[in-house]
Design a protein around this ligand. Structure first.
Ligand code: COA
Length: 181
């Protein structure tokens, strides 16, 4: 899945040679990443960014990904990890860590918020990883900003733990098997 058309926009992988000139989602760190850091991260193989680009070449959203895993160290104790494993896996599949892909950053431009672009980018990733048979990947994870938690919940993500309930960010995950039911 190289590109995807949606409302006069295309979702495509950021090219190594083309930096994003202007982007404003209202968050300085996320603006700075797409304009000044995303290409270097891509070159260093630390993340891959997909942009939501208009037919006129303006970037109205992006999502940045890296490999991840869910393992014992993500939980407060072994009981919580076992509870997670019991819910999702039969005994034979209780391994030490489960492959995942992490949403490192996700943002939609200020003028375009609330038009389902963020949800569209999430759907793009879900489809991409559901159909990807190159390596095992069971979950999509994200360290979500508090304000964005309802957005992720609307897109099927759930909290991994209870101990980060009051933190600045909260770890959420989506089980790709939920799409195969
Ligand atoms: C969070 C964000 C990516 C959502 O993108 P979007 O295109 O506006 O979202 P969508 O239109 O697909 O979905 C919006 C839904 O999420 C809900 N929502 C919850 N929190 C939200 C938030 N902080 N911002 C926007 N929508 C939010 C809305 O209620 C809306 O639901 P509704 O359609 O039932 O009214 C975007 O608002 C953004 O870039 N925010 C600033 C950066 C950020 O917080 N990124 C997430 C980092 S973890």
């Amino acid at each position: 899945m190289d590109t995807l058309q949606h409302n006069n926009h295309t979702v495509r992988k950021l090219r190594k040679t083309s930096a994003v000139a202007s982007f404003d989602c209202g968050d300085n760190d996320l603006n700075d990443f797409i304009s000044n850091e995303s290409l270097d991260y891509q070159k260093a193989r630390l993340s891959v960014t997909y942009i939501y680009e208009s037919d006129l070449g303006h970037v109205d959203g992006y999502i940045s990904l890296a490999n991840d895993r869910i393992s014992l160290s993500d939980f407060e104790n072994k009981t919580d990890f076992n509870r997670f494993r019991k819910k999702r896996f039969p005994n034979a599949k209780r391994i030490k860590s489960y492959p995942a892909v992490k949403i490192c950053r996700l943002a939609v431009s200020r003028q375009m918020k609330g038009q389902s672009i963020g949800s569209h980018l999430i759907d793009y990733i879900k489809t991409m990883y559901l159909t990807n048979t190159t390596a095992g990947c069971r979950f999509i994870t994200v360290d979500a900003y508090r304000d964005a938690i309802p957005f992720y919940e609307k897109n099927g993500f759930v909290a991994l733990n209870t101990d980060d309930e009051d933190d600045v960010t909260r770890v959420l995950y989506f089980d790709l098997m939920d799409l195969e039911d």
